[in-house]
Design a protein around this ligand. Sequence first.
Ligand SMILES: [Zn+2]
Ligand SMILES: [Zn+2]
Length: 740
Amino acid sequence: MLMKDQNPGEMKNQEKEILDFWAKEKTYRFDKSKKGSIYSIDTPPPTVSGDMHVGHAFSYSQQDFIARFWRMQLAGKGQVYYPFGTDDNGLPTERLVEKINNVKSKHMPRSEFIDLCIKTLKKITPDFVQQWKNLGISCDYDFLYSTIDKNSQKISQKSFIDLFKEGKVYKKDFPTIWCVECQTAIAQAELEDRQEKSRFLTIKFSSNGKDIPISTTRPELLPACVAIFVNPKDSRYKWAIGKKAKVPLFGFEVPVLIDESADIEKGTGAMMVCSYGDKYDVEAVSRHKLIPKIIFNHDGTLNFGSFKGMKIKDARKKIIDELYSKGLVLKEEPITHAVNVHDKCGTEIEFLPTEQWFIKILDKKKEWISLGKKIKWHPEHMRKRYDNWIEGLDWDWNISRDRYFGIPIPVWECKKCNKIILPDEKELPVDPMKTKKICPQCKEEARPETKVKSFYHEKSIPWKEIMISGFVTMQGEKMSKSKGNVVNPNEVVEKYGADALRFWAAGSKLGENLDYREEEVLAGKKFVTKLKNASNFVFMNLKDYSGKKPKKMEELDEVFLNELNLVVFMCTNYFKDYEYSRARSEIEQFFWKFFCDNYLEIVKWRVYNGNKQEKESAFYTLYYSLLTILKLIAPIMPFITEEIYQKYYRKNEKEKSIHLSEWPKKEKTGTKKAIELFYKILSDIRKIKSENKKPMNCEIFLTLEKRDIPHLAGMLDDLKHVVNAKEIKEGKEFKVEFTD
Ligand SMILES: [Zn+2]
Ligand SMILES: [Zn+2]
């Protein structure tokens, strides 16, 4: 068949028409009032930013395959609930709003900045959401929610109040993971590792005139040193235990303590405990009830002596220089090690005591892990990742953020007696900054909480199944702006169409990373064109055919439909198992190889020359098998399948969209042997013709093995016509002779 190439603009316009059709018909509408089962899909809402990135296109396409599959599975019996949301909470939004409007939130009145956030979001959200629509993501966009909207605020504040009343949320001055760039406390889940080059120094502490060498990458913490730890088994330092040691350069004394956590093998075996270098220090200080010395301000400058106002890295350099000039450095080596950075801004994190709100989670670890076991994970190995993540949580969940744009923590605190005052439920959502409260005891005006809340988990896990997508890579590497290997999905959609991009996204198994490869997108585009051409060819001959099944079917058609049944059976199971990549290759292979290359060629003769019964059987098989193929690939390629459905099928089929039609059912089990034998003979003959440099339609005498004939009963006429055999004979062996 001909492959007519389309220009990109044409493709784009056709998809646009389909998008308008879906919007007009409200194809993906979720009707609350309708009865029946509901398959609901909860996705992590994307943060509104200028452009959708290719990782979004990848993971949302994969979710959408499943959403569309279930919508067809449930057709007539139930619905898919697939709302769309945007995450507008907190930091990323504030940064974007600052960038777009060229302002700094710190330099504006709080209420003015919040208004600006709301105004900016209103302006940029529609264009952002449109990119999801363009990709064919089949959410009901009427259920557009934002994590900052009134309803989300209300739900969130209500659960805060419930947790507070249950004693599960508390406020505490606590060394918190702190970002000095964003000037906010952050959660452990917001950390990333980064490999960093540092100077690893061994410096000279002293006690009773003897040296205690200690290695560190952070000498600027010397003024915050509160103790030295040595391992009880370390014979090198037995003499120092219980004594005081002098901190180099600063001259004050700290106790030398024994602690099992001091690693004999690491560095010099002796270690300094500072308040606070890392999580380890926080635990050590609390374990030994040491009094912390806090030397950093919230903006990451030092507050100590001659270092006052200096940035951490500058202070480090100055202290190293001074240590050298006083002869206190014993050794220096370059080192590359992993440091914790804030995932939003890439700044190395610090630990600083701040007043924060926490939710108790540590006592829930076991419960969460057992809840995780009740969920079906796709792919299964992601459960282990979840378990490890839960096991690794060392702190209660810090939910407060020192930002402006987020969900306000709904409390006031009495200035006099420090009583915490909660709002009434009917006041929710509430902004404590805008509502005054009086302490019921002291009759004093209470101080509003200025912090906002980041989202947190529900008490129970509300999903039955979870699917987790991998990452998009470029030649095996993670995409990043700095590497210059970023692909813009909007440009790909513009150039090749959304179906082609989705075809690529269906190429990896769930949870696996996928390289962006333009060839794969192109293969998707070719598939779109072939579907279109094959459909045009089929319906050029079918014209007014109504799709009714004839009483008598030709044997070959029966066998072909049985083979299709097997594909339906496999694809259904693959989609149910979230194995859309396998479904894709199954359909792809069946369509190209069996439908286009073989079946269409085989029935051509009957379509043109057959008697009424032979023709009707062929018409039905063409009509039905093409429709089935379209339905099977519809979850992955929603645009082209809809286009063909509307053009050729809509007038006979009852559903107004292919995506609301019923998923094909497997009718009966096929006997694969007969059709396989048929194809084998067909392909052998094609090979022989081509080896002998004969045209494909040249006439032959065909001899078939005697034992094969019974399997091909009822299909010999079709075979005869498709290979142009003058005669089919029975013999000892398979033979092809040319008549000329
Ligand atoms: Zn930060
Ligand atoms: Zn009071």
